[in-house]
Design a protein around this ligand. Structure first.
Ligand code: SF4
Length: 291
């Protein structure tokens, strides 16, 4: 068996920064609260919960005066206000990349633009973004673009973890509707996210099976899996290795592993070791490489 691991694996710098910052505070304070998950990876969330991190679904659940973390992909203005009113001690883990997208949207809105954003309305990042601008429209599909009202000036941006190809597809669709005075596209997909997508697209025909690793609710990891589905390739989306996946992949000869930006490095390493163990146990050879 040949097993290739996309060499850029493990946390992106934004997630690494968030996790290390939270660990630093928890070491000192022994407990703290976060609205939703710190990152979309259950294994990391479990590890941090052992260090005292408690996940809440609303800011009202946090006892007044407690230490409170803003998650890496943002928090809405309304929730920020509640946190302030409850005198919570703020520790922002919001990725600078996400903050920059919010700044860009605010700047353009001030100049009279409507903000059209390609993103998931239920994702924290989009909830945070739309709480900071008034004139916004969320789109996910070409048909959403068809339903836009008549607008004058548009800034088209994206959630940081969306799909690069789709961003351009939607931008093209927007540009076909010639009823705006001005259309400005700013490519705001995080480079770490799209570099993984690019690698996958470039190498998609080289492999006969793909293992996509990451939290099942992780937006950027799901986008990787969607690429595999769109190309009708065989593959699996998993959070960690389990013997169940062995049955599926043992018949393939040329396998690739790619992971999301919030997938811990040791989870991927563990998966590689376990696959190697199974192959060798069966008396076969495995060739592992990082590309
Ligand atoms: S994926 Fe990009 S935007 Fe998200 S935390 Fe990582 S560096 Fe920041």
């Amino acid at each position: 068996m040949k097993l290739t691991i996309y060499k850029e694996y493990g946390f992106c710098w934004g997630v690494k920064r968030a996790v290390e910052k939270a660990e630093g505070v928890l070491k000192d304070k022994k407990s703290g609260y976060i609205l939703g998950e710190i990152i979309h990876n259950p294994l990391t969330n479990k590890r941090l919960s052992k260090k005292g991190l408690k996940i809440v679904n609303s800011v009202e659940e946090v006892p007044p005066g407690s230490d409170f973390f803003y998650p890496s992909h943002g928090i809405s203005k309304g929730n920020e206000k509640i946190a302030k009113d409850r005198k919570l001690k703020k520790h922002s883990l919001v990725c600078p990349f996400v903050i920059n997208i919010e700044k860009l949207a605010r700047e353009y809105e001030k100049k009279g633009y409507d903000i059209v954003v390609y993103g998931d309305k239920d994702h924290t990042e989009i909830k945070s973004l739309i709480s900071r601008v008034k004139n916004y429209h969320i789109v996910m599909t070409k048909s959403d673009i068809g339903k836009l009202p008549k607008l004058k000036k548009i800034l088209f941006i994206s959630q940081s973890t969306q799909n690069k190809e789709k961003y351009y597809e939607l931008f093209t669709e927007l540009s076909k509707k010639a009823n705006w005075e001005e259309l400005v596209g700013k490519f705001t997909i995080c480079n770490i996210t799209f570099e993984r997508q690019d690698w996958l697209m470039e190498h998609i025909e080289k492999f006969d099976y793909f293992i996509v690793m990451g939290g099942l609710n992780s937006s950027n990891t799901r986008k990787l899996y969607e690429i595999i589905e769109n190309f009708k390739k065989d593959g699996i989306f998993i959070e960690e290795y389990s013997d169940k996946i062995w049955d599926k992949l043992k018949k393939y000869e040329n396998i690739a592993i790619i992971s999301g930006t919030s997938t811990p490095k040791d989870v991927v390493d563990d998966c590689v070791e376990k696959i190697k163990g199974r192959v060798e146990k069966n008396g076969n050879k495995i060739n592992i490489n990082y590309a």
